[in-house]
Design a protein around this ligand. Structure first.
Ligand SMILES: NC(=O)c1ccc[n+]([C@@H]2O[C@H](COP(=O)([O-])OP(=O)(O)OC[C@H]3O[C@@H](n4cnc5c(N)ncnc54)[C@H](O)[C@@H]3O)[C@@H](O)[C@H]2O)c1
Length: 363
C-alpha cells in the first residue's frame, strides 16, 4: 500500500513516502530519520484544527519535544511578515539549531516553512507533510521555497530540500472538490509532458480518482512525485530540463494575473495547457486529435479548457506572458508538445501565433 521515491541530490537526497495513514506512523519515521531531538510543527489555521493539534499531542505523547506554530490560512499569509512572526514563535518555543520543522499543510505552509527553515539560525532541517493534492504532487517536492511580494508571487525565496516528504493520502478527504481539481491539473501536466502511461490511467480512472479511491490516489501521487523527482534530480536549480515543468504555466500565469488571482491556479494552468497544445498543433508538432485528447482529459476532471472573455483579450494575455519571471532575456520560452508525453521548448512563437492559439481557446 505504500510507495517510496528516492530523490537523489547528493548530500541533499531524501525520500518521499506515499500511502494512507502515514501521519499515525510519524513517530516511527522520525525515530528512523533521526533528524533532530526537537520538532516544531508549522501549519495554518485550517490544518491546525483538522490535524495539527492531534499531531502535536501524538508526538508529545511519543516522547518528542514538540511545539506548534500557526498562521492564518491562505495565500495572503505567504509574505515576509509571516516568516518573521513564525521565527519569533520559534525563539519563544526554544527552537535551536538542532530543531527540525514539520511543514504540515498545503503549498503555502510548505513554501513558508521551507523558507523559514533555510534562514532560521542560518538553516535548520525540515520535513514536508503535504495535506493538499497540489502540495502532494507538486509543491512539496523540488526544494523551491519562498514568499510573495506585493510586486509578484514567489519573488523572495531559496532552494532548500526537505529531509523527508510524507504524503498521507488519507488527509485529502477533507479537501473541497475545487482543491482536488487544483492538484489534478498538475498531474495532467506530468502526464502530458513525460508520462504517457499516467495519461492513460487518468483517462481510464477519472471518476475513481475524483472519488478519492485510495489505490488510484497512491498511483497518481507516486507517479507525479517520481516525475518531478526525476526532473529535479537532473536539474535542481532550474537551468535546463526543469523548464518542462512550466508546461501550461506561461499563459496560465498570464491568466492568473489578468483575473487578479480570482481563479484557481489549476484552472489557469488547465487553460494554459490547452493554449500550449494549440500552439503545438499550429506548429505541426502535435496532431489535432491528441490536442483534443488532452482537452477531453482536463474536462473529465471538471477543469476549464476555454478562457472566458471576461478575463482578458488575447492581446492582453499575450502581453502579460512577457512579464512572466521565467522569460529569459526578455524572450518567452514556450513548452510545447511533440507528442503526448514528449516536450519541445521554443522561443520561436510570434505574438500573432500566440494570439491565434489563445483565441481558439477563448469564448
Ligand atoms: N514550491 C513549489 O515548487 C510550488 C509549486 C507549486 C505551487 N506552489 C505554491 O503552493 C501554493 C498553493 O498551494 P495549495 O494549493 O496547497 O494552497 P494552500 O496551501 O493555500 O491550501 C489551500 C487551502 O486548503 C486548506 N487545506 C490544506 N490541507 C487541507 C486538508 N487536508 N483538508 C482541508 N483543507 C485543507 C488550507 O488551509 C488552504 O485554505 C501557492 O503559494 C504556490 O505558489 C509552490
Amino acid at each position: 500500500m505504500y510507495s517510496k521515491i528516492h530523490v537523489p541530490l547528493g548530500k541533499a537526497s531524501y525520500d518521499i513516502i506515499v500511502g494512507p495513514g502515514l501521519l499515525t506512523e510519524l513517530p516511527a519515521y522520525l525515530n528512523k530519520l533521526q533528524a533532530s531531538t526537537g520538532y516544531v510543527i508549522v501549519t495554518d489555521s485550517t490544518v491546525a484544527d483538522l490535524l495539527g493539534e492531534d499531531l502535536l499531542k501524538m508526538l508529545t505523547d511519543a516522547g518528542f519535544k514538540t511545539g506548534l506554530a500557526c498562521f492564518q490560512a491562505g495565500e495572503a499569509s505567504k509574505h515576509m511578515d509571516t516568516v518573521v512572526t513564525l521565527a519569533r514563535d520559534l525563539v519563544r518555543l526554544g527552537a535551536d539549531r538542532q530543531t527540525c520543522l514539520i511543514a504540515l499543510g498545503g503549498g503555502v505552509v510548505g513554501d513558508v516553512t521551507g523558507f523559514l527553515a533555510s534562514i532560521y539560525m542560518r538553516g535548520i532541517p525540515f520535513i514536508q507533510i503535504p495535506t493538499t493534492l497540489l502540495a502532494q504532487v507538486d509543491s512539496s517536492v523540488g526544494g523551491k521555497t519562498g514568499v510573495d511580494l506585493p510586486e509578484g508571487k514567489n519573488l523572495l525565496g531559496t532552494f532548500n530540500q526537505p529531509c523527508m516528504v510524507l504524503a498521507d493520502i488519507g488527509v485529502l478527504g477533507t479537501l473541497p472538490a475545487s482543491e482536488i481539481r487544483n492538484g489534478i491539473a498538475e498531474v495532467v501536466k506530468y502526464a502530458a509532458i513525460r508520462d504517457l502511461p499516467l495519461f492513460h490511467l487518468l483517462e481510464q480512472k477519472a471518476q475513481d480518482i475524483l472519488a478519492l479511491e485510495p489505490d488510484n490516489l497512491i498511483e497518481i501521487v507516486t507517479r507525479s512525485c517520481q516525475n518531478k523527482a526525476d526532473v529535479v534530480a537532473a536539474d535542481e536549480k532550474e537551468s535546463g530540463l526543469r523548464r518542462i515543468l512550466n508546461f501550461g504555466h506561461t499563459v496560465g500565469h498570464a491568466i492568473e494575473t489578468a483575473s487578479n488571482y480570482s481563479i484557481f491556479h489549476g484552472e489557469a494552468i488547465s487553460m494554459g495547457m490547452c493554449v500550449a497544445a494549440e500552439l503545438s498543433v499550429q506548429k505541426r508538432l502535435l496532431t489535432g486529435d491528441n490536442a483534443n485528447r488532452l482537452k477531453g482529459l482536463l474536462k473529465s476532471f471538471g477543469l476549464p479548457v476555454i478562457i472566458p472573455a471576461s478575463i482578458a483579450t488575447p492581446e492582453r494575455l499575450a502581453m502579460l506572458t512577457k512579464s512572466d519571471k521565467k522569460a529569459r532575456a526578455g524572450r518567452v520560452h514556450f513548452v510545447l508538445l511533440k507528442d503526448l508525453g514528449e516536450t519541445f521548448i521554443t522561443a520561436d512563437v510570434s505574438d500573432k501565433e500566440l494570439c491565434m492559439a489563445i483565441e481558439t481557446n477563448a469564448r
